[in-house]
Write a protein that binds this ligand. Structure first.
Ligand SMILES: [Zn+2]
Length: 280
């Protein structure tokens, strides 16, 4: 079965950035707040990586989705405002990068609502999208997200096109990511504490891997959702590599390079059209 992207689009692609900042390692171990070197490694993302990424996206006229933990937004409100002001989408990524499967319902709901409030206060827009820290959600999470008006989630790997999850509190659209399309597996290395895959691959290898993925998604008409972390992908050589990936996508016919939010809205509209034609 093929996914209907519209007449002149063959597949979709999203550049998404999880702006973990310090929240990722603090969630692993609160004592990390005293380890200045570990904090500095993580801080590279919001401090150095995001501004460079934003400049490149502006040069390439690409809009992306940035998933931001509430804690990161509180530390860097001006940066979050800049991301939003430059036309990118802001989604929710927990409050302190909590592993959702370790939370009870109240804790999970508190982190979600608190972060939505923080992001809305900074940007003036309430987020419609969610990506769980570590892509780790509970079976109750879709219903919780729908009950708070979230339109989509991007955490589940059981497909490669958007699909609808029906919950008692309404529909939620899933926009599936995958480990293959994640810079963490390619570039995450930290000596102590040990974080990530522990390897540092070359840009050439990551570019080849992701070009192959784009080629496959293009051939089969699917959605290439690339997940990146500014503390990794924001390094100079990797931003150059990401630009080459954008140029590769543009060399193909009918790649819709957009945001998760736009894909979710499109899928909603498609669903509505299908339901109406069934009724008609
Ligand atoms: Zn994250």
């Amino acid at each position: 079965m093929t996914y209907n992207w519209s007449e002149n689009r063959r597949c979709a692609a999203v550049l998404s950035f999880d702006v973990d900042g310090e929240s990722g390692i603090l969630a692993e171990d609160p004592k990390m707040s005293q380890r200045l070197s570990a904090i500095a490694w993580a801080r590279y993302g919001p401090k150095t990586g995001v501004p460079r990424i934003l400049d490149m996206l502006k040069k390439q006229s690409v809009q992306a989705t940035f998933f931001v933990p509430g804690y990161t937004a509180e530390l860097y409100p001006d940066l979050v405002k800049r991301i939003s002001d430059e036309g990118h989408e802001i989604g929710v990524h927990g409050y302190l990068h909590e592993k959702v499967s370790s939370l009870d319902l109240i804790q999970e709901e508190t982190a979600l609502v608190k972060t939505c409030d923080i992001l809305e206060k900074i940007t003036g827009t309430r987020p419609i999208g969610y990506r769980a820290p570590l892509w780790d959600v509970n079976d109750r999470t879709p219903e919780l997200l729908a009950s708070h008006g979230m339109v989509y989630d991007s955490s589940l790997m059981d497909d490669d096109v958007p699909y609808t999850i029906s919950t008692p509190k309404g529909d939620l659209i899933e926009i599936p990511p995958h480990w293959t399309n994640d810079d963490w597996e390619q570039f995450a290395f930290h000596m102590e504490p040990k974080i990530g895959s522990g390897v540092i691959e070359t840009c050439a290898k990551a570019l080849q891997l992701w070009q192959e993925e784009v080629e496959g998604m293009h051939h089969y008409g699917r959605a290439f959702i690339l997940t990146m972390h500014p503390e990794l992908i924001g390094r100079p050589a990797r931003v150059l590599m990401l630009e080459k990936l954008i140029e590769y996508m543009r060399s193909l016919d009918g790649v819709w390079l957009t945001t998760c939010g736009e894909i979710a809205r499109y899928h909603q509209k498609q669903n509505l059209t299908a339901t109406m034609s069934e009724v008609g």
